[in-house]
Write a protein that binds this ligand. Structure first.
Ligand SMILES: *Cc1c(COP(=O)(O)O)cnc(C)c1O
Length: 428
């Protein structure tokens, strides 16, 4: 057996293993299609009897190499890349839910996901019940129904920085015979591998730390291969009964640990698209090669900035799980012992206008609708990403109206702190 590499080496080495004389660096297969010598070979591919490439909407060698690297990083059985994190979260749920089904999600999740689950999926006949992860087990489990198909949460929530008790929610999901899906975007597999705590499926917006340079929007779904679909065959007919659109093939029987990812590729990508371009996957792979270095630096810088903010007289509150005494400190020590992420949520004393004046006074740090890349940036969710939500919905989504999201980059931390300092002074 091949030696199992440590995560830092996986970042650099996994996915693309060139054969004799092939390019050392992952090539960009910028081709929509692939050529075969005879018609029968192609027919076997369409029957899913052989594996091979025929059309990039289904599979592409560049994309597959990067998916394999992410699967290895998470310790999963397989992965599928998508054109955005939104597509990843949609497909992750839609792969096992159909009209008339229901699922449960933590209310401390990314605003885009909150809207996707609460508004858009409802129009498809799929209902989501949001629960507050701080409720006790009994109150949360009351949300499960006979037609519930999964539970969804975020390792570290965007933008609030809540830490999700993965083990506890996996236990609850499994008690009800459904998988736990965890969006691991902020933690990345460098700091947390949700499968080790019982999660069944992991999603990513690769747009964030994985790409790391804010060049390409993208997403990923990783399956642990651990959930026993056939043990709950009545709940998951899409995986456990013959697929008429694929010659009566039953995914859970034909593909074992790869059933969920194969179905997502063969059905959802085939019918709905949303693939990333091979070029974007090439860029994502460059980001992944330094993920372990960057994440470490993001966390060191954020820890110093969080400690600085906590001491500042104009700061009303700071949420960063690396701070001793923080509400999520213990959960952070359990799930994220090597560091959490570079994102800090905090509020200034004063009004919403004071927050806006502070952000407008920053010089090096920019106001952008992005998070988790090399450059430090800042955002006020209530006036930007979440502005379509009412104050009540904001609170429901765990976003305080005065919350400023500071995404600490990998610059010299003294420059970051000095910029915050001068903006706090200038906006007095
Ligand atoms: C950004 C983000 C998403 C959405 O991803 P896109 O790549 O922007 O579509 C989903 N989940 C989390 C936690 C995010 O931060």
């Amino acid at each position: 057996m091949e030696k199992k590499l440590r995560k830092e080496s996986v970042c650099v080495q996994a996915g693309w293993t060139p054969k004799n004389g092939e390019p050392r660096v992952l090539p960009i297969y910028q081709s929509t299609t692939f050529k075969y010598d005879d018609s029968d070979q192609m027919a076997r591919l369409f029957d899913l009897k052989d594996t091979g490439y025929f059309y990039t909407r289904l599979q592409n060698p560049t994309n597959d190499a990067v998916a394999a690297k992410i699967a290895t990083l998470e310790g999963g059985a397989g992965a599928m890349l998508t054109s955005s994190g939104q597509a990843a979260n949609f497909y992750a749920v839609f792969n096992i839910c159909e009209a008339g089904d229901h699922f449960v999600a933590s209310n401390t999740i990314y605003g885009g996901t909150f809207n996707l689950f609460g508004v858009t999926m409802k129009k498809l006949g799929i209902e989501c019940t949001f629960v507050d992860p701080e409720w006790d087990d009994e109150r949360i489990e009351a949300a499960f129904r006979p037609n519930t198909k999964c539970f969804f949460g975020e390792t570290i929530s965007n933008p609030g920085g809540h830490v999700f008790d993965i083990e506890r929610f996996a236990r609850m999901a499994h008690r009800h015979g459904v998988p736990l899906i965890v969006d691991n975007t902020f933690a990345t597999p460098i700091n947390c591998r949700p499968f080790e705590w019982g999660a069944d499926i992991v999603t990513h917006s690769t747009t964030k730390y994985m790409d790391g340079h804010a060049t390409s929007v993208g997403g990923a779904i990783v399956d642990s291969g651990n959930f026993d679909w056939m043990a709950h065959a009545d709940k998951f007919p899409g995986l456990c009964q013959p697929d008429e659109s694929y010659h009566g093939l039953t995914y859970a029987k034909a593909f074992g640990k790869m059933a969920y990812i194969t179905k997502a590729t063969a059905q959802l990508m085939r019918d709905l698209g949303s693939i990333p371009s091979p070029f974007n996957c090439f860029l994502l792979n460059l980001g992944l090669e330094t993920l372990h270095l960057r994440v470490k630096r993001h966390c060191e810088n954020a820890q110093a900035v969080a400690e600085y903010l906590e001491r500042h007289e104009r700061v009303a509150w700071v949420n960063y799980c690396g701070l001793k005494g923080n509400k999520y400190y213990e959960l952070g020590q359990k799930y994220l012992p090597d560091g959490s992420c570079g994102v800090i949520a905090f509020g200034l004393k004063g009004t919403k206008e004071d927050a806006v004046r502070f952000m407008d006074s920053l010089k090096m740090i920019a106001i952008v609708t992005h998070v988790a890349d090399a450059r430090t940036c800042v955002l006020h969710p209530a006036s930007h990403t979440h502005r379509q939500l009412s104050d009540e919905q904001l609170r429901e989504a765990g976003v305080a109206p005065d919350l400023i999201r500071l995404s600490v980059g990998i610059e010299n931390v003294e420059d970051i702190i000095e910029d915050i300092q001068q903006a706090l002074d200038a906006s007095k």
